[in-house]
Design a protein. Structure first.
Length: 247
């Protein structure tokens, strides 16, 4: 409506001209890249998976998606390599199976995502002392080194091992289950992902980011812009997104 008023024509005329516009693809020359990759959605069935170079801050590649899949991330990395990019490291979230998908490339799991996983298990305001102490330890994840965190996690487990192994018997089935299952899951998540949480530290000379925050910031900005243009068709949304990332 603002464009229609500015140029003295109807909304339909503006929409028709925008529909005729084809965004030009940004040219990015092959180079060494640290790929930060993640996905963002608008409702069900429409989203975009983005691959960004952490070194130069350039968007390298994107796919419009209905669902986020590990195979698409693998396809993206392969496509970049086929185009001549040398992928020296990858930063991504902790999707099951994704961290193991690139055996010959250093992979950093986003520490922000790991913190969010722990929060889902033990909540923002845990009541049990064991959970409170684990939350305090995890809060140090983004500002400590590998040895300190591993040592702290090991000390936490030694202190609370008996508590973690407590079992409760179901009076109806007479079967027992772990009493503190969510806390156990939080600890298991940290132990499982520990291998990828400090890749930035293991390859410190590469200056690998420890989070996907550079993409998250752009996603947040893009969501705000999309919110200002509610009601766009999928095709028009794609044009807006194309121009946003090209800029």
């Amino acid at each position: 409506m603002q464009l229609a008023q500015k140029y003295g024509c109807s909304n339909r005329t503006i929409q028709r001209k925008l529909d005729l516009y084809t965004p030009k693809k940004a040219i990015v020359h092959p180079d060494k890249v640290i790929v930060v990759m993640d996905s963002v959605y608008w409702g069900k069935g429409f989203g975009v998976t983005v691959f960004k170079d952490a070194i130069k801050g350039k968007i390298l590649l994107k796919y419009y998606i209905k669902n986020e899949t590990n195979s698409l991330y693998r396809k993206g990395i392969k496509e970049l390599q086929n185009e001549g990019f040398k992928v020296i490291a990858i930063v991504c979230d902790g999707r099951r199976g994704l961290l193991n998908s690139f055996p010959n490339i250093p992979v950093q799991m986003c520490q922000f995502h790991q913190v969010a996983i722990i929060r889902r298990y033990i909540t923002k305001s845990p009541k049990m002392l064991a959970s409170i102490e684990l939350k305090e330890l995890v809060s140090l994840l983004k500002c400590t080194d590998k040895e300190s965190f591993e040592g702290g996690l090991n000390d936490w487990y030694i202190k609370w091992a008996t508590f973690l192994n407590e079992r409760t018997i179901n009076q109806f089935t007479n079967k027992s289950t772990f009493t503190h299952r969510r806390l156990r899951s939080a600890y298991r998540s940290l132990k499982t992902n520990l291998k990828w949480l400090f890749t930035w530290y293991d390859y410190i000379s590469l200056c690998i980011p420890n989070t996907t925050n550079s993409l998250e910031g752009q996603f947040s900005n893009l969501k705000n812009k999309m919110r200002n243009h509610n009601g766009l068709s999928i095709k028009r949304k794609m044009k807006l997104i194309d121009e946003f990332f090209k800029a």
